[in-house]
Write a protein that binds this ligand. Structure first.
Ligand code: GLN
Length: 283
């Protein structure tokens, strides 16, 4: 007879053998996910008998994790800004660092029209619509598969967001008070050096920022004149060595009050600024 505890011990041992960082924790999360059980219930029921089928199904999840499939693609979910988002291989897994981007935008989002470029799972724009009182929230992505998931997330979380299939601004119209984005920003040559979980399983489309990693910032910033209202705000997540280059691009586009915000590790992570259109000269 198998017990839940036995399954967990087996799961931990397997992930350790495979060199999975925090494998003990992941073995527990997968157990908790598979049996729909929390810590307290597990402690009371760890000696409870489980069927042979349950044992093998749990271990099948463990084997997946052992192949470096990210935990969130196995459980199919990730919490972000206290909300539960569905995730699958079609989208980047929402990161804790990106909450900093959302928190900055939340300071000014009330009643605003917001455009989120490269929306992926929709985690940014849905959080702003749910928690930030936006007036018109639009999420854009080039990937139809990503948009299907983003729409499902908005539906489950009852967030009022419009999603648009568009290669950056190509299908976008109107002007917005806020443009926000966490675009792909990893230089192409750095991708092969990323963790296996990221480089083998997360969509390269969501990671690759082309040669110098700045491709999407250039595109986003080139649209400011057309899509950002005067006095509007721009919020961008950046790679930790990109603050200077992106600030420069923003300044050239008429963005002022540029501020760089660090993540919890003390690295540059978010950049914000405000669009001041030059006064027209009548002389
Ligand atoms: N906006 C999504 C996120 O922050 C996806 C970003 C991306 O695909 N680069 O998680």
């Amino acid at each position: 007879m198998r017990t839940m505890e036995e399954a967990l011990i087996q799961g931990k041992a397997f992930l350790k053998e495979k060199g999975i960082t925090e494998g003990d924790l992941d073995a527990w999360y997968l157990l908790s996910h598979y049996f729909h059980i929390d810590r307290a219930r597990y402690i009371m029921n760890s000696r409870m008998a489980i069927t042979e089928e349950q044992y093998h199904q749990y271990l099948a999840l463990i084997y997946k994790r052992g192949r470096h499939v990210p935990l969130q693609y196995i459980t199919g979910e990730q919490e972000f800004m206290g909300l539960k988002f569905l995730v699958k291989e079609d989208v980047l897994i929402p990161r804790q660092d990106t909450e900093i981007l959302v928190e900055e935008a939340l300071k000014v989002s009330e009643g605003k029209e917001v455009l989120d470029l490269c929306t992926g799972s929709g985690c940014i724009i849905i959080s702003l619509a749910k928690l930030g009182g936006t007036h018109n929230a639009v999420g854009v992505d080039i990937s139809k598969k990503a948009l299907i998931l983003a729409e499902e997330n908005a539906r489950q979380l009852q967030a009022d967001v419009t999603f648009l299939e568009s290669d950056m601004y190509t299908q976008v119209s109107g002007k917005y008070d806020i443009i926000i984005s966490n675009p792909p920003y990893i230089p192409t040559r750095d991708i092969s050096g990323l963790m296996e979980e990221v480089k083998n399983y997360e969509p390269v489309l969501a990671l690759d920022g082309s040669m110098d990693g700045l491709y999407f910032y250039r595109v986003i910033i080139s649209g400011i004149g057309q899509f950002l209202k005067p006095d509007g705000y721009i919020f961008l997540e950046i790679g930790c060595s990109q603050a200077e280059a992106v600030s420069e691009l923003l300044r050239e586009a008429g963005i002022v009050d540029i501020e760089v915000i660090d993540d919890l590790a003390g690295l540059n992570r978010v950049i914000r600024g405000r669009y001041k259109k030059e006064e027209e000269s009548f002389t």
